[in-house]
Structure formats: C-alpha cells, structure tokens
Design a protein around this ligand. Structure first.
Ligand SMILES: [Zn+2]
Length: 477
C-alpha cells in the first residue's frame, strides 16, 4: 500500500513535471520565435516625413553644397527686393522637389503659416509667393540655370558618383532624345513649333532635346537641354529639327563637360554623318540604334558578311522567366569611307509558368571595335537608351513633376527656367530616393510607395508645429 502510495505521489510529481516542462518548452519556443523573427518595424507617418525632409537636406548639403550661393549669383533685375535671390529661386525649385504639380497647389500650401514656418526651419529660407518667383523667372536669362545644372552634374561626376557605371570602365553613357513639353491651340510665343492637321487646324507646341547621363540602376541625370525652336513658320519636321538641335546640344555638352569621356546613345534618328562627324571630332564613342531602313549601303554589307559574324550567347534566369540572349557582331563595315562595327542582340524570353515566348531584336552601329570581351556590354549599354524615356521623360511627366503642365502660360523665358529647375529638382530627388534612409522606409512594407512618402511629407509640413522642429538654417544671408 505504502509502495503504491509512493508510486501514486511519484506519478503525480512526474505529471506535474511533464506539464511544467511542456509549458516551459512552449514559452521557450515562443521566446525563440520572437527572438529569431525580425521585429516588424513601423515608422510613424511623422517620422517618415522627418526622415524624408532630413534626406533632402542632407543630399543638398553634401552633394551640392554651393547650390544656394550659386542662386544668389544669378542675374537679379528686380528694383524692389523683398526676398533674397536664393529664396526666389529655391522657392520654385522646392515646388518641384515637393512634387507640388502646379503653382496653384504650391501657393495653397504656402498660405498655411505652418508650412512656411516649417520650410524656414528645415531649409532656412522664406517661401515667396510663386507670382513673385515667376516675375524673376521671366527676366532671368535661361542659360544661367542651365550652366548651374551642368555645374551640379559636374560636381556629382567629380565626386565619382557615376564612376562604377562607366561603359567599359571609360565612358559615361549619355542618352539623347527629344520630348514635347507644352501644347497650345493658340500662338503662345514667337518660338512655338507648329503642326497643321489635315483639316487645317494649327497646333502650337514646344519640344526639347535632352542629353541625360544614364545608368543601369535607373538614374537619368540631365547634362544639357536644347529647346527646339520654329524655323521660319515651317511645320515641325522631327528628323530635320532634332538633327539640327543635336548639333547645338553636342556643342553644349562639349562646353560644359570638355574632358568628359562620353558614349552617345541615340535612337533610329541618329545614324547619320552629322552625328558621326561630331562624335569623331569630340572623340566620343557612340552606340546608336540601327533601324531596318537606316544606312542602306552599311546594311547591305552587313547582309553579305553576316554568315561570318562572331557570336556570343548568354543565358539569364529568374524565378519567372528564362532569357536567351544571342549577341552577334561584325567589325570594319564601311559606310561613306568610314568603318564602324555592327552589333545585334536577339532576345528570347520564356515564361516559366505558361511557357509563353517573346522575341525582340536590337541592332546598333557603333565606333567601338567589338570583341568577345565587350560585345555583351556594348549591346546592353545600347539598350540603356530607353532609360531617358522611362526614368527621364516618363518620371518627369507622370510621377509628380508634371513636365507638361504650363507653369508659365505666356513667357518662353520663364518656361525654359521652370524646365531647368525641374531638371535640378529631379536630380536631387533621384539621389534622395536612393538614400539609405529612404530605401529603408520603402523596404518597411511592400505597399509603401514614393508617392505616399511625399504626401506624408507635405502633410507634415502643413500640420506639424514649427517649434517642434530643429532650427537649422541652410541658406546664406
Ligand atoms: Zn511658345
């Protein structure tokens, strides 16, 4: 009996022991689970806004330390000077940095006392009404802001910001392309281009030819811009106008970046002797799209020699697709007593799931002699030309900068100055969006977007109390 009693007590102790062990194990597992699992970070909206604001300030102070001094050096034709020149220009620049979409939207925010005070506290400048800035931008020679933009881009190049993106460790990839920026149903200024429809309706518009430094990571940094202007009331003819504008644009690139090793990326409008001459004279490389109809004699020789071309195949795969890239090249193909290389890339993409297959062909003419080591880099760099359309024009039209909005309805000079300020703001914001802090915010959850971060920043500037923020003036007196 006694033995049985001991056994009973023992059994109870054993059960309690097991229960305790079980609870400890669950607690331990849970602790371990919470320890091993990365804590879900949730930054408040106000903190997100503050991080974004400090990133903008940091990019300007570290990458463009003389920006505000340079604004003060611009031509000032005002008689009454309520604001410093730097405040006038910075005010318009920040309209684009804040992605305000219109002067009216910016003025509506500016009416809020908190917004003005917060901008003063964060960036150290008083925010003028956009009409005050507009008066100045109508009088400011547009070449001055363009030269300043080139100075800022030069600074980034000197800081070796783009060094790792150079083509064959030598040249900076400079994509060239034109885009429309404004269209009117009436004559806007003496410089408007015109197009007459079949029914006789005349449209007035402005086009600008851009040279942007592009990288494989999606940066598109404006180096120079050339407005395409009307030619004795003739209707706009893309080929003719863009080619003439390229001659002026190339001169600007050479003037602002005299020693920069350049590789020009152009579309099917650019394989012609004018472009080849300019590249030869400036010692620039080029990789230019060759359409089927371009340079007939060159393409005939390619067709004759194609069977002897050198080839290189590359396979790339990710979780969704399998891509086969067949690269092909020929050197020393004659065109008008000059010799260039021909490059082609045939891309086949197979979707892993449904096995759907797509095919694309990319053909280029280049003055870079091809070999097995550089063929892939050459064709891949040629394809970066589309970055000027996507990361360049598309971003500036549709992602908060409103490139096609009429920031000035009457003045061609102001229109050009707004254009240059938009380019400078876009350069600054591209660096901000790639800064460590902002990338970390975007990585917090999959639905966090750049658009949402900017909205939070504007709301914070309007609604937070200025005195809560640290007074850190950035502008000189
Ligand atoms: Zn006009």
């Amino acid at each position: 009996m006694e033995a049985c009693g001991i056994f009973f007590i023992d059994t109870n102790i054993h059960v309690i022991y097991l229960i305790c062990k079980y609870i400890t194990c669950i607690l331990h597992t849970n602790c371990l689970f919470f320890t091993l699992r990365e804590p879900c970070k949730k930054t408040s909206s106000a903190d997100k806004a503050k991080i974004l604001l400090s990133s903008i300030r940091k990019v300007i102070n570290s990458r463009f330390p003389d920006l505000f001094d340079k604004f003060n050096d611009l031509t000032d034709r005002r008689k009454r000077k309520e604001y410093a020149m730097a405040e006038i220009i910075t005010g318009s620049l920040f309209m684009y940095i804040f992605k305000e979409t219109s002067r009216n939207a910016y003025n509506n925010n500016r009416r809020e006392e908190g917004f003005r005070e917060n901008v003063l506290n964060y960036f150290g400048f008083n925010l003028p009404h956009t009409d005050t800035s507009d008066d100045v931008l109508r009088e400011l020679p547009p070449g001055e802001l363009e030269a300043l933009k080139a100075h800022l881009a030069s600074g980034l190049i000197e800081q070796k910001f783009f060094r790792k993106f150079r083509f064959l460790n030598k040249s900076y990839l400079v994509a060239i392309d034109a885009t429309g920026i404004a269209s009117f149903d009436h004559k806007h200024c003496d410089h408007c281009l015109t197009k007459t429809s079949k029914s006789g309706v005349v449209t007035y518009f402005h086009y600008v030819l851009e040279a942007k430094l592009v990288t494989s990571t999606g940066l598109a940094i404006s180096l120079a811009s050339e407005f395409i202007e009307n030619q004795q009331d003739r209707d706009y003819e893309k080929q003719d106008c863009e080619q003439k504008a390229f001659v002026r644009l190339a001169a600007k690139i050479k003037k602002y970046f005299p020693r920069l090793p350049v590789c020009i990326l152009g579309d099917g409008l650019y394989p012609n002797n004018t472009v080849f001459d300019i590249c030869q004279k400036n010692n620039w490389q080029f990789i230019i799209t060759l359409k089927d109809g371009n340079l007939k004699t060159f393409q005939q020789e390619v067709a004759l020699l194609k069977a002897t071309s050198s080839k290189e195949n590359v396979y790339r795969a990710n979780k969704n697709t399998r891509t086969t890239l067949e690269y092909e090249y020929l050197n020393d193909i004659e065109y008008d007593r000059r010799y260039f290389s021909w490059v082609e890339c045939n891309e086949t993409v197979v979707n892993r799931k449904d096995k759907a297959t797509s095919h694309q062909r990319f053909t280029y003419i280049t003055n870079v002699t091809q070999n097995v080591q550089n063929i892939v880099r050459t064709a891949d760099s040629g394809r970066l030309r589309w970055k000027i359309e996507n990361e360049g024009f598309n971003s500036q039209k549709n992602r908060g900068y409103e490139l096609e909005h009429k920031f000035s309805r009457v003045s061609f000079i102001a229109m050009q100055n707004y254009y240059q300020l938009l380019q400078i703001a876009h350069i600054i914001n591209q660096l901000v969006e790639r800064s460590k802090q902002v990338v970390a915010l975007l990585a917090e959850h999959s639905k966090q977007t750049i658009v949402d971060l900017w909205r939070k920043m504007t709301a914070y500037l309007i609604f937070s109390h200025a005195q809560e923020n640290i007074l850190t003036p950035s502008l000189p007196d």
